[in-house]
Design a binder for this molecule. Sequence first.
Ligand code: NAD
Length: 240
Amino acid sequence: MARVAIVTGGTRGIGEGICLKLQEMGLTVVANFGGNEQKAQAFTAATNIPAYKWDVGDHQACLEGCARVEAEIGPIDVLVNNAGITRDGTLHKMSFDDWSEVIRINLGGCFNMAKATFPGMRERGWGRIINIGSVNGQAGQYGQVNYAAAKSGIHGFTKALAQEGAKFGVTVNAIAPGYVDTDMVAAVPQPVLEKIIANIPVGRLGEASDIARGVAFLASEDANFITGSTMSINGGQHMY
Ligand code: NAD
């Protein structure tokens, strides 16, 4: 039977690219999403991938949502923690709400989803958890103390959980994308974006598929000796 993968924030942007790639690999794929129902319906109609709505920052919703997916589709073998938001602003302008929402969703979401799926993977002796961090979690970024802290936290979370999963056949890795052409980056003002692209050695933004191929590799049997690592996919923007 095909393994089951869940991708949080899987109905658009990088998450959509990951869903399509994992489906192409022969996995049974499920997408979770946070808000845009219309986009999620169009995604399911186009891909035949079911989309389940819940907030990954809500612990109970993750437990209940994953239990529903497991009852309706099957045990979750692969978790891709991709859902994320930005609430940018320099520290002196950033509200506590902007700080805590980003930590709650971007970092708390990884904990909540792992709590819902890791015990089953551990019991069955096989699992893959792939967390989407960011170049800005590695290098820091002006106006993003909340986002950089959450993404940097994802990298520590990955290394700690990798140690817990190793003897149970569960690998835990992260991908740190550079700037990828999605709605999130469309929010960056054009002059800022031009400066960013000028600093990417390969001379372009990433595509969702560039990130998805990295996820597919880490989810595959070929990657079974790789755990606790961070794969940077950033066109050479930051070499770590
Ligand atoms: P996007 O804004 O296009 O999509 C984000 C997805 O997350 C959406 O599907 C949305 O429904 C989902 N989401 C948001 N809040 C949620 C919540 N509370 N519960 C469940 N789902 C929620 O973003 P993207 O550019 O595709 O980014 C995907 C991931 O990659 C994010 O974690 C982001 O931080 C990371 N990333 C993106 C870039 C980039 O340049 N686009 C770079 C580095 C890292």
